[in-house]
Design a protein. Structure first.
Length: 189
């Protein structure tokens, strides 16, 4: 029975209409937060584009900036003089992804969108302390996954709400949280 069901699913996928839904471009506002620097979430921008081969299957690539997070922290207190030594730090960067995309219509205007692919994150960090200063880059290549809802305003324009995860983020030592939420608008050609 499972083989028959699997064969039916494959036949439905390959028998889908031969037309392509086409190319699209989009812009979005996404969130970004850091584990150990400024608390709270900052807004960032997202640029993406893709191609829908069928109403169900497509591919997408995107770029997101990571805004600058700052910190000033006390790391030592000299009791005799009553001084506190501070260091300051900064982190910012960018993230990119390429992913396969599956779309499932819920109604004539609303669709569930899932994405799975490859993510690349580059975070620049710098520290300045009382006796030293240094800069370094952290580069991670990891899994990208996304899930969201798309609402069609017209045949060409859609609004989207997505939850995305790029890489391992704070587990890699960059401190940037990998989870992001975004609101997007896209235009199909």
């Amino acid at each position: 029975m499972i083989k028959v069901l699997f064969s039916c699913i494959l036949a439905a996928v390959f028998a889908a209409p031969a037309y392509a839904d086409g190319a699209y471009l989009g812009l979005g506002v996404t969130t970004s937060s850091h584990d150990s620097y400024e608390s709270g979430t900052k807004g960032a921008y997202k640029i993406f584009g893709g191609y829908d081969f069928t109403p169900t299957w497509g591919i997408e690539a995107g770029y997101m900036n990571i805004p600058t997070f700052n910190t000033d922290r006390a790391f030592a207190t000299i009791s005799r003089e009553g001084m506190t030594l501070l260091y300051s730090g900064e982190a910012n960067g960018k993230a990119m992804y390429i992913a396969g995309k599956a779309t499932m219509a819920i109604s004539d205007r609303i669709a569930l969108v899932t994405k799975l692919g490859f993510g690349h994150e580059r975070v620049n960090k710098s520290y300045v302390g009382p006796s030293d200063a240094f800069r370094y880059k952290m580069i991670t290549n990891d899994l990208y996954a996304g899930i969201g809802l798309k609402y069609s305003l017209s045949k060409k324009v859609s609004l989207g709400l997505e939850l995305e995860r790029i890489g391992s983020g704070s587990q890699s030592g960059s401190g940037i949280r990998p989870e992001k939420a975004s609101i997007n608008v896209s235009y199909s050609f």
